[in-house]
Design a protein around this ligand. Structure first.
Ligand code: PYL
Length: 276
């Protein structure tokens, strides 16, 4: 998993309105609608439930990413929830959150970024939420995914979650990972759940035979202009972006990419308790 940098997140809190307008332009849906759809919840859940949310800075490992907790809290508030950043960090932040009556906690170390509902025990992992959140966006970009051929790059947590979500929408899924054993392991895991996917072994051949792509890998600049046509649709949770700069010029309303928003939005809807 690529570690975010301050530059990736520092502008998020001040640009959420524009971001959301762009999302509507690309997918026809708002951030709230995409996240709720991904989590299998009604988009209106946000208006009926008001759980107190705490975002806790974590200093472990490589430490704080300037702007990270501020971005997480701003995304959650943008969706209509009450999110506060704890004054204390780590264990102190956890204690502060519980003492101030927070029901949902968000925190990230270098390995995992999770949302926890203290009342229900529900946990949402950012990798899983990001994968299904981006597939929800792609579903709206493509007017459905039934029987459509989709190529997923990266068999890590995000790509695995995306592959499962794609199968659940009835797509024909192929997986390409630079580590063939990772692709094969994912194929086996999904087969055990009753879903067959195709393992691709040749990157250029796979790119040449697919128009709908999920870039869930940490490689940059591997999707080149010659791989992009007017039918191409790309959902790109991967950081850095896999599309070459020259290829971006060929994409309009065909690329879904952000460093944090869709993942965080899907996490809150994932752990939200359904209204009675
Ligand atoms: C959650 C992001 C998505 C991509 N990479 C993941 C990442 O950068 N993880 C590290 C997050 C560290 C946060 C730090 C803080 O500021 O609380 N512990």
């Amino acid at each position: 998993m690529t570690r975010l940098k301050q530059n990736d997140v520092i502008m998020i809190p001040t640009a959420l309105e524009e971001y959301n307008a762009e999302l509507v332009r690309i997918t026809g849906c708002s951030l709230r609608e995409i996240a709720a759809h991904a989590a299998g919840k009604g988009a209106s859940e946000a208006s009926t439930l008001k759980p107190r949310v705490a975002v806790i800075p974590m200093t472990c490992g490589q430490g704080i990413i300037e702007g990270f907790v501020e971005s997480v809290a701003s995304i959650i508030c943008f969706l209509g929830f009450d999110a506060v950043i704890t004054k204390s960090r780590d264990a102190g932040g956890l204690a502060e959150a519980v003492q101030n009556g927070s029901e949902i906690l968000f925190m990230a170390d270098d390995d995992r970024f999770v949302a926890i509902n203290l009342r229900t025990g529900k946990v949402s992992d950012n990798g899983d939420a990001t994968g299904k959140g981006y597939v929800s966006g792609l579903f709206h970009m493509c007017d459905g995914l039934e029987s459509k051929n989709v190529l997923v790059f990266g068999a890590g947590p995000v790509g695995s979650s995306a592959a499962l979500a794609l199968k659940r929408f009835g797509a024909e899924v192929s997986i390409y990972d630079i580590d063939l054993s990772a692709s094969r392991l994912l194929s086996k895991k999904l087969m055990n759940q009753g879903y067959a996917i195709k393992v691709e072994t040749d990157l250029n051949e796979a790119l040449g035979s697919h128009n709908i792509l999920v870039d869930a890998c940490p490689s940059a600049d591997f999707i080149m202009p010659q791989h992009i046509s007017e039918d191409t649709m790309i959902a790109a949770p991967g950081i850095p972006l896999g599309v070459q700069a020259a290829g971006l010029a060929k994409l309009s309303n065909q690329l879904l990419h952000d460093p944090l928003q869709i993942g965080v939005a899907t996490m809150i809807f994932d752990v939200l308790e359904c209204s009675p």
